[in-house]
Design a protein around this ligand. Structure first.
Ligand SMILES: *Cc1c(COP(=O)(O)O)cnc(C)c1O
Length: 401
């Protein structure tokens, strides 16, 4: 019996385990020097001056929303075809979501859809949260160019560690370098490119945003005497800072990533290029094998402006032509030991958001959702696993692979 193939899974190797074991013997399980070591390596990997580690991708989005100063009365454009957390982070800070549509084939939002959403918004748009779906970049550069410079971009790059975006000079830049965005958010959940268990990172070029994000992930605590407003509490009579004192100017949260998990993140990060190239090789195999199933099963098309991190291998299926609905198809694949998943049910259809904003028609997001299915893709898959998936899929849709 061959092993069950999930749609995604982590790749943990002996040196990752050794790195975590070593971290367990260190003095600090959390708030130690291992956090900064991981952050420096992450910043380097994506070409950003600042990386702030936190305990999930959701926390990264929340930190970004707080750090750029979003709040009640503000509106933020979020594509509907994403994980719940992108929109929820906007609500955490009391701002309102204006859902943008996406391209029906790529699932990515673009300048046109963002401007449509902004035109529908009831309040002033303060920010846009583009999502780099499946590991392919939304065109942040074009989105930024279409907006007035006061509108901040926060990229949800939870799928896109290792992806790239072409700049004005046509050269590919790593997602996370914040060439076009105020901040970029990553997840290190086990199904993502590298694993921390739970973990996240937000990157930025702006030292003030970095400092605010660091404070907000730790209750809003400021330990730098230079910023103390309360002289009586902060300083002794001779003017030296009191060693126990810290100050809070705005409340933050505990969104910290522990050293224990940063050790895993650091070890995994060294493997990112290898993991991504294996994902790309498997995706190329899928492209090749699936050509026989066109146009009933069609891989999500590539866009010219993006380097693809291949987080998910998503296909668009013409279920009417197959004569089988998606649930039945997924169950049949599961019975053959093959996992699959739907990324995502459009967030504007969630009861919380329809209650809040009424029902909204976003035909691109709905057309993508109606056809999409993510097939197994993770670095330890064998080439033969791709054949197995494609053969099973061919069988189920009644074609020859
Ligand atoms: C995974 C993911 C998140 C949330 O990340 P967590 O680490 O699970 O909190 C947010 N947005 C997208 C697009 C994701 O895929």
């Amino acid at each position: 019996m061959t092993a069950f193939l999930p749609y995604g899974r982590q790749t943990i190797e002996d040196d990752d385990i050794a790195a975590v074991a070593a971290a367990l013997r260190d003095d600090f399980l959390t708030t130690g020097p291992g956090v900064a070591r991981f952050e420096a390596a992450f910043a380097e990997a994506v070409g950003a001056p600042h990386a702030i580690a936190c305990n999930s991708g959701t926390a990264a989005l929340h930190l970004a929303a707080m750090s750029i100063g979003l709040g009640r009365g503000d509106t933020v454009v979020v594509p509907s075809l994403t994980f719940l957390a992108t929109a929820n982070a906007v609500r955490y800070v009391g701002a309102e979501v204006a859902f943008a549509d996406v391209d029906p084939d790529t699932g990515l939002t673009g300048p046109e859809q963002v401007l449509d959403a902004a035109a529908r918004a009831t309040g002033p748009v303060k920010a846009v949260f583009p999502v780099h779906l499946n590991g392919q970049a939304a065109d942040s550069r074009a989105i930024a160019a279409a907006l007035s410079p006061e509108v901040a971009l926060v990229e949800d790059a939870c799928h896109a560690l290792g992806a790239g975006l072409r700049g004005g000079d046509m050269l590919m830049r790593p997602i996370g370098n914040c060439a076009d965005a105020a901040m970029t958010c990553f997840s290190l959940h086990p199904v993502k490119a590298v694993a921390m268990g739970e973990g996240g990172v937000v990157t930025t070029r702006d030292p003030a945003l970095a400092e605010r994000a660091m404070r907000l992930r730790n209750h809003g605590i400021d330990r730098d005497p230079a910023g103390f407003r309360n002289r009586d509490l902060g300083f002794a009579a001779d003017g030296t800072p009191n060693p126990w004192y810290y100050e809070m100017a705005e409340p933050g949260f505990n969104l910290r990533a522990p050293d224990l998990l940063c050790a895993l993140g650091l070890s995994q990060l060294g493997k990112l290029p290898r993991f991504i190239s294996r994902r790309q090789a498997l995706a190329a195999l899928y492209d090749d094998r699936l050509a026989a199933l066109m146009p009933v099963v069609k891989p999500v098309p590539r866009v010219a402006w993006s380097g693809h991190a291949r987080h998910l291998y998503a296909v668009l299926i013409d279920f009417a032509a197959v004569g089988l609905d998606r649930a039945a198809l997924m169950r049949t694949l599961r019975d053959r030991g093959i996992g699959s998943q739907v990324h995502y049910t459009p967030v504007h259809l969630q009861p919380y958001y329809t209650d809040r904003y009424g029902s909204l028609a976003l035909p691109g997001a709905e057309a993508y959702y109606a056809r999409c299915l993510s097939l197994p893709l993770f670095p330890t898959m064998a080439d033969g696993d791709v054949d197995r998936v494609v053969e099973a899929l061919a069988d189920v849709v009644g074609l020859q692979a």
